[in-house]
Design a protein around this ligand. Structure first.
Ligand code: NDP
Length: 448
């Protein structure tokens, strides 16, 4: 035990030095390494052949210039990233994020998480992530198109159906995937559907992909609640964010009988004691690309807040679906005081390490993002299957596959936690279950 603890601490110190100034990456690695100490006690062979060090080092990191011309003729320069983290289980797979906060450390944290998440889906996909510090907010359609074309002009040489298959994330939805795919097709002179997921339905996209992350998060939340003697029926739920993941989490939670009591964006949050009018929210966010305060002007009984925090609301369930580190220790304490018993992460790493500690101490049932939001990438892998077989499946069939995948993730996570004597600790369960499959593949494939 002591040897493993020391070795893991040694790896981590080295990682901090070699990856200075990347706090989000450190945070994601620390959480996983913490769980791996338990595995190494029981299965010390996972420490052989430099496995842990190799796992924490991306196979490839690509950084590139993205120049584009604004509508007023100004030349703008952004930075593009693709981190191809681990391809032991399949082609690199993970989204592209366009947001001004994007830097290498953020893409590495997301790529690292993606390895274990993709492994948990049970599908043959490796882990990667990419993006740019480009801010789509306030840009015209033509500017978005020129940016996407410039981004893909470099990215196209690094991706492919069997190599690396990007998708959307914050700031990258159907519109951006369309422009990216168009430029890929033009540059390669091939209609290679399998190179990107989240495509439009008439040119290789899959039904349910748009809904998948939010729906999947709700399916697995309900499964966790049922396993602990509750259900979403009649529950009060807070959903942060109002983007792709949040909207479809709200829709499915309400379909299952819950009342969603609040949602947000970066301008503030909206209290909705009587539930959310999902069609109105879609119209504001997906069609008009507006802000959440527009919702209260058109819906009855909703209140917009610029100050305070959405985590001050009373509820049974919290689904953070916006961005990393949006729940800190104090917010988590508020959740406890306000009666929240379940937290499931629609976003990637929305809870800080301190918040997770508060959940543990207060016996909040907590599903980390790599399990709770895996429905998006799982359905992307189903899109790849449909592309490979030149087929397209019905909504019902695809949704049923998604549901079964999420239920399997819960069963596997829960059983692994119990196997390692941490019953009910879904962080440990998800980390270990995700790790073992990748680790076995890496050991089988030799030191590469
Ligand atoms: P969207 O861009 O569609 O929506 C993001 C939402 O979060 C918006 O409401 C946005 O508000 C809010 N938000 C983003 N950054 C911040 C911030 N710094 N502070 C406050 N609010 C913020 O993205 P998605 O819904 O696709 O992604 C949300 C989360 O889910 C991310 O963590 C992503 O990595 C994760 N995820 C997404 C998947 C997918 O399939 N899309 C799959 C798995 C995980 P505003 O518009 O004001 O910026």
């Amino acid at each position: 035990m002591a040897t493993n603890d020391n070795q893991i601490a040694g790896y981590y110190q080295k990682l901090l030095k070699r990856n200075a100034g990347e706090p989000e990456f450190h945070q994601a690695v620390a959480e996983v390494l913490d769980s791996l100490q338990i595995v190494l006690q029981k299965d010390p062979h996972y420490n052989d052949y430099g496995l842990i060090e190799r796992l924490c080092e991306p196979e490839r990191q690509i950084i590139f210039r993205v120049p584009w011309v604004a509508d007023n003729g100004d030349v703008r320069v952004n930075r593009g990233f693709r981190v191809q983290f681990n391809s032991a289980l399949g082609p690199y797979k993970g989204g592209l994020r366009f947001h001004p906060s994007v830097n290498l450390g953020i893409i590495k944290f997301l790529g690292f998480e993606q390895i274990f998440k993709n492994s948990l889906t049970g599908l043959p996909i490796g882990g990667g992530k990419g993006g740019s510090d480009f801010d789509p907010k306030g840009k015209s359609d033509a500017e978005i198109m020129r940016f996407c074309q410039s981004f893909m002009t470099e990215l196209h040489r690094h991706i492919g159906e069997y190599r690396d298959v990007p998708a959307g994330d914050i700031g990258v939805g159907g519109r951006e995937i369309g422009y990216l795919f168009g430029q890929y097709r033009r540059l390669t002179n091939e209609h290679e559907s399998g190179v990107l997921t989240g495509k439009g339905l008439t040119w290789g996209g899959s039904l349910v992909r748009t809904e998948a992350t939010g729906y999947g998060c709700v399916y697995i939340t309900n499964k966790m609640m049922v396993a602990n003697g509750d259900s979403l029926e009649g529950a009060k739920v807070i959903v942060s964010g109002s983007g792709n993941v949040a909207i479809y989490a709200i829709e499915k939670a309400q379909e299952l009988g819950a009342t969603v009591v609040g949602f947000s964006d970066s301008s503030g949050w909206v209290e909705t004691p009587n539930g959310v009018d999902v069609e109105l929210l879609k119209e504001i966010k997906e069609v008009r690309r507006g802000r959440v305060n527009e919702y209260v002007e058109e819906a009855t009984g909703a209140i917009f807040h610029e100050d305070g925090s959405i985590w001050d609301l009373k509820a049974d369930v919290a689904l953070p679906c916006a961005t990393q580190n949006e729940i800190d220790g104090e917010h988590a304490q508020k959740l406890v005081e306000n009666g929240v018993k379940y937290v499931a992460e629609g976003a990637n790493m929305p809870s800080t390490a301190e918040a997770i500690e508060v959940y543990r101490k207060n016996h909040i049932h907590f599903l980390p993002g790599k399990a709770a939001n895996a429905g998006g990438v799982a359905t992307s892998a189903l899109e790849m299957q449909q592309n490979a077989s030149r087929d397209s499946w019905s909504f019902e069939y695809t949704d049923d596959r998604l549901k079964r995948i999420m239920e399997n993730i819960f069963r596997h996570t829960s059983a692994t936690a119990a196997e390692y004597d941490h019953e009910g600790d879904y962080v440990i369960g998800a980390n270990i279950a995700g790790f073992k499959k990748v680790a076995d593949a890496m050991l089988a494939q030799g030191v590469i």
